[in-house]
Design a protein around this ligand. Structure first.
Ligand code: YH5
Length: 260
C-alpha cells in the first residue's frame, strides 16, 4: 500500500492549489514500483495537526481518486475519518476505507461500508489524534489490541459488515509509547488468529527516532527491518512511503519464507 498524501502545495498561490498531475505522477511511480493499493489521504493525522473541513478534504482527494480510477488498475483506499468523505470517495472509485478512527462510537461509517460493500481497515488507536500521545497506558497492549479487534468485528457485523470486508491494523504510533509499539511488532503473529488480513504502517514513524535517534529521512532501513519481521509473522499489507524498497524487502522475505 503506497501512501499518497494530497495536501495543498505550499509553494503556489496562497498555498491552496492541489496539483493533481503531480499526485498522479507520484501514484504512477508507486504502482510501477509494486504498489497494489494507493492510500489517498487529504487530512494530516499527525499528533496536533489542524483539522480540515469535509468540503476541503473532498476538494483535495476526489479529483485524484477519479483519475486514479480512470487511468490505473490500482485498488484505491481513502484515508479518512469522515463518513461524508468516505462516501464521496467510494462513489468516485475508491474500494477501501482506511479508518484510523475505527475506535469510533457511532456506526454510520460501518453502515456506509456495509451498504457499499467496501473494504475496511480497522486501525487501533488509544484516544484521539489530538490527545493520544499524552500518556498512553496499557496493562497488556497485545491482549488489549486483540480484544479491540474482536469487539470491532462483532460490532461491525451488527452493522452489516462481513468479516471478509475487514483488515486489521495495530496502529503503530497511535496512542502508543515506544515499548507498546515494540510489543505490538513482536506480537503481530497473535493478531492473525482473528482470521483477517493484517496491515502494518511503520513508514517514517517517530518510534524509530526514540529507539535509534533517526531523523525522518534516515528511517528507511529501520522500517524495512520492521517490514521483513512483520511479513515473517504473517502480515499481509505494508503501508509505506517507500514502495520500491519495501516491495524488494517483501519479495526477498517471502522467497525465504516459502522455503521454510
Ligand atoms: C497506519 O499506521 N498511519 S498517518 C508521523 C510520521 C510519519 C508517518 C514523521 N495512517 C497509519 O503515517 N493508516 C497513518 O512522522 C495510517 N495505519 C493505517 N491504516 C501517520 C503516518 C506518520 C505519522
Amino acid at each position: 500500500m503506497g501512501i499518497l498524501n494530497v495536501t495543498p502545495d505550499s509553494f503556489s498561490d496562497g498555498g491552496q492549489f492541489i496539483d493533481v498531475p503531480i499526485a498522479m505522477a507520484r501514484a504512477q511511480e508507486m504502482i510501477r514500483d509494486g504498489a497494489e493499493i494507493i492510500d489517498v489521504g487529504g487530512e494530516s493525522t499527525r499528533p496536533g495537526a489542524e483539522e480540515v473541513s469535509v468540503a476541503e478534504e473532498m476538494r483535495r482527494v476526489l479529483p485524484v481518486i477519479k483519475r486514479l480510477r480512470a487511468e490505473t488498475k490500482a485498488v484505491i483506499s481513502i484515508d479518512t475519518q469522515k463518513v461524508e468523505v468516505a462516501q464521496a470517495a467510494l462513489e468516485s472509485g475508491a474500494q477501501i476505507v482506511n479508518d484510523i478512527a475505527a475506535n469510533r462510537e457511532d456506526d454510520a461509517m460501518w453502515q456506509l461500508v456495509a451498504k457499499m460493500g467496501a473494504g475496511y481497515v480497522a486501525m487501533h488507536m488509544q484516544g484521539t489524534p489530538q490527545t493520544m500521545q499524552a500518556n498512553p497506558h496499557y496493562a497488556d497492549v497485545v491482549a488489549e489490541v486483540n480484544e479491540f479487534f474482536r469487539e470491532r468485528l462483532t460490532r461491525m457485523a451488527a452493522a452489516g459488515v462481513s468479516p471478509e470486508q475487514i483488515a486489521l491494523d495495530v496502529g503503530i504510533g497511535f496512542g502508543k509509547k515506544l515499548e507498546h509499539n515494540l510489543q505490538l511488532l513482536a506480537g503481530l503473529r497473535q493478531f492473525t488468529q482473528q482470521g483477517r488480513p493484517l496491515l502494518l504502517g511503520v513508514s517514517r514513524k517517530s518510534f524509530m527516532k526514540t529507539l535509534l535517534g533517526l531523523e525522518v529521512d534516515d528511517r528507511l532501513s529501520a522500517a524495512l527491518a520492521c517490514t521483513v519481521d512483520a511479513v515473517g509473522q504473517g502480515t499481509n499489507i505494508i503501508r509505506t512511503h517507500d514502495v520500491a524498497e519495501t516491495t524488494r524487502a517483501i519479495r526477498m522475505a517471502e522467497a525465504i519464507q516459502q522455503r521454510r
